[in-house]
Design a protein. Structure first.
Length: 409
């Protein structure tokens, strides 16, 4: 629901709201927040709430540490797992300097700018997220283990699937927050689960992806478990993917999905450091349905991009390389810019790879460009990319690639 500032003030006053969380994330997509009391809400809307940015990854140093959070009323949502009496609500917030200038490392704002750039050219992008996660047991001290909650397989049912009730709790909680899950099931790995979302506009989809991880982790803890979104939690089991479905509508009604996909393929290696930002990310790629080569096909799940069987408004492309450690705001922003690059340059799709790349021999694979094989290679590619420098602030590129530059001297 799109609340105005006045409606939020009225809601807080009339519905026994005691805490308002102003939510944002660091450059790596880790969610942060400040809680304020209802009496501070008017000040938050008018002036913003100051916080020490020097303690946030990628946000600066002690010499320039003050930033301000500005809550966005149309993102108001109650947190259902908090007490019914003395409610807690949350709003996503934009970030500015004290003089009012937008903070360049506000990744949500970076995505807003990408959406605006696309709109000016006559295109609107939509995203649907599919995030996988493992449920692990806790030890006697409440610390996470690597013991899976069950030993079920793909789409198994109870009693083999022990996560059924937890997924149900997650889906119902998301619905209470106005987020619409599309489907849920047990994944291939032991204790591995997936919940998918219907497509929505880019900002909403990224907000939902961020919220989703918080809800999953909260539900897991309430059930005495640990939710793990890392790319490769168990060495010999499937990794966690963050499959991103993308579709686009043009103002003139033309079908531009093919050049959009071509643009994403063209910039896939440049984007890897942001779509796969951890060392664990590269242990996932290249095995168990996680792609390693720049390729596309129809329903083939061994490819980087597949176009699922669908028609009309459901026609989309699925990018299969990202994992849940990616910042969704940066991931979606870069995909939009890559798609626009494909449109602007009238890129055509290469030949479809309608075969299983995981079973292909070396001679066949030699015809395909490989994604970076490790994080250092991904950072090197990003650091050398004019595409990345054009669309991301230098401070974010520095934060992601600093260790590579330090190694290079």
């Amino acid at each position: 629901m799109n609340y105005s500032k006045q409606e939020v003030m009225q809601y807080v006053q009339e519905d026994d709201v005691k805490f308002i969380r102003l939510s944002f994330c660091d450059v790596f997509g880790k969610q942060k927040n400040i809680s304020i009391m209802p009496d501070e809400l008017s000040r938050a809307f008018e002036y913003g709430i100051a916080f020490d940015a020097s303690a946030i990854a990628g946000f600066g140093c002690e010499t320039h540490s003050d930033l301000l959070l500005h809550p966005e009323p149309d993102t108001l949502s109650q947190l259902p797992w908090r007490p019914e009496h003395g409610k807690v609500v949350r709003m996503f917030s934009s970030i500015s300097y004290p003089d009012g200038r937008p903070f360049e490392c506000d990744t949500r704002n970076i995505l807003k700018q990408a959406v605006s750039d696309a709109k000016k050219k006559g295109y609107t992008f939509f995203f649907g997220a599919e995030q996988e996660f493992y449920l692990f047991k806790l030890d006697e001290n409440g610390e996470p283990t690597k013991t899976p909650y069950d030993r079920a397989g793909y789409m198994d049912i109870a009693p083999d699937d022990s996560g059924e009730n937890i997924r149900r709790e997650i889906c119902l909680t998301l619905e209470q927050m106005g987020i619409r899950p599309e489907s849920s099931h047990h994944e291939e790995g032991p204790g591995q689960n997936e919940i998918d979302f219907r497509y929505s506009d880019a900002i909403t989809a990224a907000d939902h992806a961020l919220t989703f991880q918080t809800v999953v982790k909260t539900a897991a803890r309430r059930n005495g478990l640990w939710a793990d979104f890392t790319a490769k939690p168990l060495e010999n089991e499937p990794g966690n993917g963050f499959h991103i479905n993308i579709s686009v509508k043009s103002d003139d009604g033309s079908d531009v999905l093919c050049p959009v996909i071509a643009g994403i393929l063209n910039k896939a290696c440049d984007m890897s450091a942001f779509l796969n930002p951890t060392e664990s990310s590269y242990r996932r790629l290249g095995q168990k349905k996680a792609p390693a080569y720049v390729s596309w096909s129809g329903e083939n799940r061994s490819q980087l991009v597949r176009i699922p069987a669908a028609a009309g408004e459901y026609r989309r492309a699925e990018l299969r390389s990202p994992d849940p450690t990616a910042n969704p705001y940066l991931a979606f922003a870069l995909m939009i810019h890559a798609g626009l690059y494909g449109i602007d340059n009238s890129l055509e799709l290469p030949m479809a790879a309608d075969f299983n790349l995981f079973q292909a021999d070396a001679a066949v694979l030699a015809d395909f460009k490989r994604l970076p094989e490790n994080l250092t290679a991904a950072r090197r590619t990003a650091a050398d990319s004019s595409f990345i420098r054009q669309h991301l602030p230098a401070a974010i590129l520095d934060t992601y690639c600093r260790s590579y530059w330090e190694q290079e001297g």
